[in-house]
Design a protein around this ligand. Structure first.
Ligand code: FE2
Ligand code: FE2
Length: 226
């Protein structure tokens, strides 16, 4: 865990420091608001060919992960809008910065793997911000309770995907597995930061957590499919 000892300001490990960037992704131009690049279908850092991949599995994984990271960004944006100037502003900002790196990576993966985003992005844009701002209006503990609920759901979700990819072909999906494992670890760190900042002392913590996690499950279900 990358959180400093009790009493000191928590430090979030810099995202993607151990991940080599994809350097040559390209997708159908003009269809999505994603950056255009070269024409190769290979992930240059590992030279993984897209030939023979399980298209439906990869589509589902990348689409839902992109949606999740997009939603996480909107949640932290909403929390920052309310609590940005408070004592927890810097730690929320640090977590948000990591989510920006996660989203950037999935933007690259969508292009490289030619996966379209979910049609629900405009909805997650609003819903994520409302959830972030709404939880922050309950106070710092409310915001942290939201973080704990969401990050626990996302890290469990990433664990499920890791199992799926390992069952499929760990060698073929080596780079994707590496990325998802790293992000899973970072989401766990966010979860732990929430706990350390008194999430469990939030008003109606159990109800709030259950409700948010039900929402996360619905969001995952829908974003994998449409
Ligand atoms: Fe993330
Ligand atoms: Fe996170």
């Amino acid at each position: 865990m990358a959180v400093a000892a009790a009493g000191a300001a928590p430090v979030v490990r810099r995202s993607l420091g151990r991940c080599r960037p994809l350097c040559c992704g390209a997708g159908p131009r003009g269809r999505w608001a994603l950056p255009a690049g070269g024409g190769s279908l290979r992930l240059c850092s590992t030279r993984v060919s897209l030939e023979g991949i399980n298209r439906s599995v990869i589509d589902r994984i990348i689409r839902v992960d992109h949606a999740g990271e997009y939603g996480a960004n909107r949640i932290y944006a909403g929390q920052m809008a309310v609590l940005g100037r408070s004592s927890v502003g810097p730690i929320i900002k640090q977590m948000w910065n990591q989510e920006k790196d996660h989203l950037k990576k999935f933007n690259e993966l969508m292009v490289a793997y030619r996966v379209r985003p979910t049609v629900l992005l405009p909805f997650w844009n609003v819903a994520g911000f409302v959830l972030g701002a709404g939880s922050a209006l309950l106070g710092k503990k409310g915001a942290m309770a939201c973080t704990v609920a969401v990050e626990e759901s996302i890290s469990d979700h990433y664990n499920n995907q890791i199992r799926t990819l390992v069952e499929e072909d760990p060698e073929k999906y080596k780079e994707l597995l590496q990325i998802i494992k790293q992000f899973r670890d970072e989401e766990r760190e966010h979860h732990d930061i929430g706990i350390e900042h008194d999430a469990e002392a939030a008003p109606a913590y159990s109800v709030l957590k259950t409700a948010i996690q039900l929402g996360c499950k619905a969001a995952i279900f829908l974003s994998e499919r449409i």
